[in-house]
Ligand binder design. Structure first.
Ligand code: WTA
Length: 645
């Protein structure tokens, strides 16, 4: 498959960008034509950011799995769609061709149907990184069920909250998952999440780790039994494959929960057509994919990066996507390099956190590894510091691979600001230029566009986007008002990203980090309010305040100030108890790195916590805490500073 919409020079980029802004209807029609539609759209775009209402390719009908799979079968049926690399190198690699993927996805779609799943039903997927996870996701899409994948690091309580919010009646899970040296008992976590749940009708369990699990009669079924049954059915009824359900362009494709500045995660909803086009368009352009290349995105499918750049983007483009079950440091810190060497990977896409953590092991793990197949590198999820950028460039890319620094969010569906590998210029630490269709604006607190440059000649402001691109969030599940308030109400007629950014004289953007109360820990978004809620659940905790601080490897660490008034064994034990509570309520990924017990919190007379001060103390700044005279009790600041951990 060639990509007529692939941009291959700076001039083409400039032309495409101009066209996409001056005449979006025409530009995006010319891209959308290269997808498979059951019925062509009536109008390209209909939108306002007030409600908000965003409709791309209205009246069009399609199914994304026909674009991901069926249309490739004739010419590429025997090509690998997914190369699966297991957690432990001693286990066998699995290669899933497009033909095989088609067969398995249809079979699993049949399984879903046999178990009562219908178009529009929500299916929660809580699995490890096995090919069956891709079959589950695509099986849902095949019949128009809305999948909601939950990352394996979330707790039973988090799952229960998401199940309730999505009103999900079906779950697909594994007995367990391998991640490094750990076996994570996924089914057992699901069982805890389902205590008292009366809504879930069916749990489908795939066997991966052979961990003993409880199987509740009438509710739980084995994946293997169901697949066998579906296969026999297909043979008996002599049907070739499970037909794809025809979907409206704007029908929801999936929900993915993400943290914001409120205590409760939001169910970000993406649409069938717009998301498909954005994931594929950005995949082909940012990574400059060439047919036959091996694409390795190290994210987990539990996050948006895995959705867009392990599954939907690559498969729609007929690419070969490498899916890795494990972690970069198991069995040793050379695991990524072994995989690149073994599978002759051409593009590696990972998080700055992973790079920083691997840097810490020095160059030994790279010795003897042939990385010459690599042509391009990428990073995602957090700002990359220059030291890590250069290490990646020199030791992994051998100074011959362009690096794309891709800025985007769960809500954006795919990359919005990035250089295009080898086509537009790169600059360490800078995401650089917006993709066609993306209109960034930097505004001040009042929403006025920033026009005055700072002392370094840069514009600095809160990053907003002024018009919709095809992959933009459509709603937050079950609560459209929440979507409006969160993203479209801060500034009039703008989508607000929650990030701050700088812009230089070339029009390059540098993302400086969140300007709201959201942390980015190892590239994972965590709301401070969520962590505070979890800490406050612990008996004896009166109140808490959570802030981020610079962390050498994780990017940001979590620092919690806790007022504790209960039975205290000793500080250390109580800290561990609080961590156990946070793990129980959210999951291990949200555990604070530091907990300081404090007598009080710095509050204004109106009761607002002055986080600015807490942030400074957490960063180790001892002088210059700014004006504390508006505080109710300025003395508390001194006590907090003295007790810093
Ligand atoms: C941050 C991940 C700097 C940013 C795809 C954003 C980045 C949040 C970059 C979204 C980057 C992502 N440079 N910061 N290249 N990419 N971010 O929803 O703060 O998990 O708002 O999506 O990660 O995180 P999310």
């Amino acid at each position: 498959m060639a990509y007529p919409f692939q941009i291959t020079s700076m001039e083409q980029y400039e032309k495409a960008y101009r066209e996409s802004i001056d005449n979006p209807d025409q530009y995006w029609s010319s891209v959308a034509e290269h997808f498979h539609w059951r019925k062509k759209w009536d109008r390209v775009l209909d939108w306002n950011f007030i409600e908000p209402k965003i409709e791309w390719f209205g009246g069009g009908k399609l199914n994304i799995t026909e674009n991901c799979i069926d249309r490739h079968l004739e010419t590429m049926g025997d090509k690998p769609a997914i190369i699966w690399e297991p957690n432990h190198p001693d286990e066998r690699t699995r290669i899933v061709t497009y033909n095989r993927l088609h067969k398995r996805v249809c079979q699993f779609a049949q399984v879903l149907k046999n178990n009562g799943v219908k178009k529009g039903d929500r299916v929660c997927i809580y699995m490890g990184m096995v090919p069956e996870l891709a079959y589950a996701v695509l099986g849902c899409a095949r019949i128009g069920a809305i999948h909601s994948v939950i990352f394996g690091g979330f707790s039973a309580q988090s799952i229960a909250d998401r199940l309730e919010d999505a009103k999900a009646e079906y779950i697909v899970t594994c007995d367990g998952a391998y991640r490094g040296g750990k076996d994570i008992p996924l089914k057992s976590v699901i069982d805890d999440a389902l205590m008292g749940n009366k809504v879930v009708k069916r749990v489908i369990v795939y066997t991966r780790t052979r961990t003993p699990v409880s199987m509740i009669k009438g509710r739980d079924v084995w994946w293997e039994d169901e697949m066998e049954h579906a296969e026999a059915q297909v043979e008996r009824e002599n049907v070739v494959s499970m037909p794809a359900t025809e979907m409206d362009a704007e029908d929801p494709l999936f929900i993915l929960y993400t943290s914001g500045s409120t205590g409760k995660p939001k169910g970000v909803v993406h649409s069938c057509a717009g998301y498909m086009i954005w994931a594929t368009y950005t995949f082909v352009n940012v990574f400059q994919y060439k047919p036959g290349e091996i694409h390795f995105c190290t994210a987990d499918v539990g996050w948006i990066t895995g959705h867009s750049y392990i599954i939907y983007g690559p498969l729609c483009a007929g690419a070969t996507s490498l899916m890795f079950e494990g972690i970069p440091t198991y069995p040793d810190a050379g695991r990524f390099w072994d995989i690149v060497d073994k599978h002759k990977v051409n593009f590696l896409y990972t998080a700055p956190t992973a790079i920083r953590s691997l840097m810490g092991f020095g160059l030994d793990p790279l010795k003897g590894k042939d990385l010459s197949s690599l042509k391009k590198l990428g990073t995602v999820g957090e700002p990359i510091n220059e030291e890590a950028w250069h290490w990646y460039d020199e030791n992994v890319g051998n100074k011959k691979c362009p690096i794309v620094d891709t800025w985007w969010q769960t809500e954006t569906g795919g990359v919005l600001i990035s250089n295009l590998a080898g086509v537009t210029p790169s600059r360490p630490g800078w995401a650089t230029l917006p993709l066609p269709g993306v209109l960034p604006k930097l505004v001040d607190e009042q929403g006025k566009e920033v026009v005055e440059k700072d002392e370094n000649g840069l514009l600095k402001g809160n990053l907003c986007i002024a018009a919709p691109w095809p992959g933009i969030i459509r709603t937050t599940y079950g609560d459209h008002e929440r979507c409006r308030v969160n993203y479209f109400a801060t500034y009039e007629n703008l989508y607000f990203t929650g990030d701050g950014a700088l812009k230089d004289e070339n029009g390059f953007y540098r993302i400086t980090g969140r300007v709201d109360d959201v942390l980015n820990v190892s590239g994972h978004r965590i709301g401070t309010a969520e962590v505070e809620n979890a800490i406050n659940m612990h008996a004896g905790v009166v109140e808490s305040a959570v802030v981020g601080y610079a962390h050498e490897i994780k990017g940001q660490g979590i620092y919690a100030y806790v007022i504790f008034n209960g039975h205290k064994k000793d500080d250390d034990m109580t800290r561990k108890d609080i961590l156990a509570t946070v793990s129980r309520i959210i999951g291990p990924i949200a555990k604070p790195d530091k907990i300081q017990f404090v007598p009080g919190l710095p509050k204004t007379r109106s009761g607002k916590i002055m986080r600015r001060i807490l942030r400074k103390i957490a960063e180790g700044e001892t002088s210059n805490l700014g004006d504390v005279s508006t505080l109710l009790d300025p003395g508390v600041v001194e006590e907090i500073r003295a007790g810093k951990v």
